[in-house]
Ligand binder design. Structure first.
Ligand code: AGV
Ligand code: CA
Length: 321
C-alpha cells in the first residue's frame, strides 16, 4: 500500500524541497512528484550540473505551469562542482523544451526567486519542520545551505539522494578516473563528503538500486498505451529522447532520478534500505567513489533491493492523472 493511500485524509502532507539538475529524468521526476497528492512541494531548486541552467529553468517553469503550480518558487543555483559534465549531456535535455506540448506551454518567470538556490532552501527550512529534501543531482546547493545556516539541518526529516555506487561499478568514464564513482557524487566530491558527514539522515538511491531500471521499450509501450492521458504522452516523449545513447554501461540511460522520487511514495518493501558506514573519496583516480568504510564512515541508508514491477506500475498509475 502506498503512503499516498494512507495519508489521503488522515495526516498532514509531507513537505518536500526538490533540488534537481535539469536532466531528462530530473524533469520526469518533477512531473511524477507533481502527481503525488500527499506531497506539499515547498520549492524547486536547480543545480547547473547535467544541464544548462537556462534550459533547466524554462523546463521547470513550464512543467510547474502545466500542473497549475505557479505558486511554487524556483531557485537558480550558481555554484559549480569541480568536475563538469560533458557538454553534450548538458545540452541533451534542451530537446524537451521543443517537444510540441512544451513549446506551446506558457510559463511564469515571476516564479523565479530573487534568492539563490541555497538561500531559498534555507528560507523554506526557516518556516517549516520535518522536511524531506529530494535531490536528483549533485548535492552542492544543499551543502552550501548547511554551511550558511547549520542550525536549519534539524528541520530536515531526511535527504533522499540519487547519487553514489556502493557495491557496483560507477558510471564516470574519464581519462583520470577508475570508473568507481557515480556522476552526481563525482561532480562535487567534496560536497558529497560533506553531505555524508553532515549528520542528516541520508537515504541513498545509488546505482546499486537503479541498475535494474534501464529505460525499457516494454515499459514505454505500456505508457504509450495510455497516451490519452496528456502526462503519459509527454513522459513517453521525454523518455524517447534518451534511448539513442551508446549501448554500454556508462552511457545507458536508467530511471535513476525517477526511482529516487518514488521513495517519497513507496515506503513498504518496494524499495528497501540497509544502513551502511559509507565515505566518499575526494581525489583522483576515484574521486566521488562512495565506499564502505567500517571504521571512519558515516551512517547512510543505502537502497539495494528494488521491486521493479511495483515501481513501474506505480509510475504508470500516477501518469494517469
Ligand atoms: O548518474 C546518474 C545521474 C542522474 O541524476 N545523471 C543523470 C541522471 O539525471 C548523470 C548521468 C549518468 N549517465 C548519464 C547521465 C547519461 N548517459 N546521460 C546523461 N546523464
Ligand atoms: Ca539528475
Amino acid at each position: 500500500m502506498t503512503l499516498q493511500n494512507q495519508q489521503n485524509s488522515t495526516t498532514e502532507k509531507q513537505k518536500v524541497i526538490f533540488d534537481h539538475d535539469g536532466g531528462v529524468d530530473d524533469l520526469l521526476s518533477l512531473m511524477l512528484l507533481l502527481t503525488m497528492d500527499h506531497i506539499d512541494l515547498l520549492a524547486v531548486t536547480i543545480t547547473p550540473a547535467d544541464c544548462y541552467l537556462s534550459d533547466a529553468t524554462i523546463s521547470t517553469l513550464k512543467i510547474l505551469s502545466m500542473f497549475k503550480r505557479t505558486d511554487i518558487p524556483v531557485g537558480k543555483g550558481n555554484l559549480h562542482g569541480e568536475n563538469a559534465f560533458p557538454a553534450d549531456w548538458r545540452a541533451q535535455p534542451k530537446i524537451c523544451n521543443v517537444l510540441p506540448d512544451m513549446l506551446a506551454q506558457s510559463y511564469n518567470e515571476k516564479q523565479i526567486s530573487d534568492l539563490s538556490a541555497e538561500e531559498l532552501i534555507n528560507a523554506c527550512l526557516t518556516h517549516a519542520d520535518n522536511v524531506s529534501v529530494l535531490m536528483t543531482g549533485p548535492c552542492t546547493n544543499l551543502v552550501a545551505a548547511f554551511e550558511k545556516q547549520p542550525e536549519l539541518k534539524q528541520k530536515i526529516k531526511n535527504v533522499i539522494w540519487m547519487g553514489g555506487a556502493v557495491d557496483v561499478p560507477g558510471n564516470v568514464a574519464m581519462y583520470n578516473h577508475d570508473k568507481s564513482a557515480e556522476w552526481n557524487a563525482y561532480w562535487d566530491p567534496i560536497a558529497s563528503q560533506k553531505l555524508f558527514a553532515s549528520g542528516v539522515v541520508v537515504k541513498l538511491i545509488g546505482l546499486d538500486a537503479t541498475n535494474c531500471l534501464p529505460v525499457n521499450i516494454d515499459f514505454l509501450s505500456q505508457l504509450a498505451a495510455q497516451k490519452e492521458y496528456p502526462i503519459s504522452s509527454l513522459a513517453c516523449q521525454f523518455w524517447a529522447t534518451t534511448i539513442n545513447t551508446i549501448p554500454s554501461y556508462e552511457f545507458t540511460y536508467f530511471m535513476w532520478d525517477v526511482l529516487a522520487t518514488c521513495v517519497l511514495a513507496l515506503q513498504g518493501d518496494e524499495i528497501t534500505f540497509e544502513p551502511v558506514k559509507l565515505n566518499v573519496a575526494t581525489e583522483e583516480p576515484n574521486a566521488g567513489q562512495t565506499y564502505r568504510d567500517p571504521d571512519h564512515g558515516f551512517d547512510i541508508d543505502v537502497a539495494f533491493k528494488v521491486d521493479k514491477d511495483a515501481v513501474l506500475n506505480y509510475i504508470l498509475k500516477q501518469f494517469t492523472c
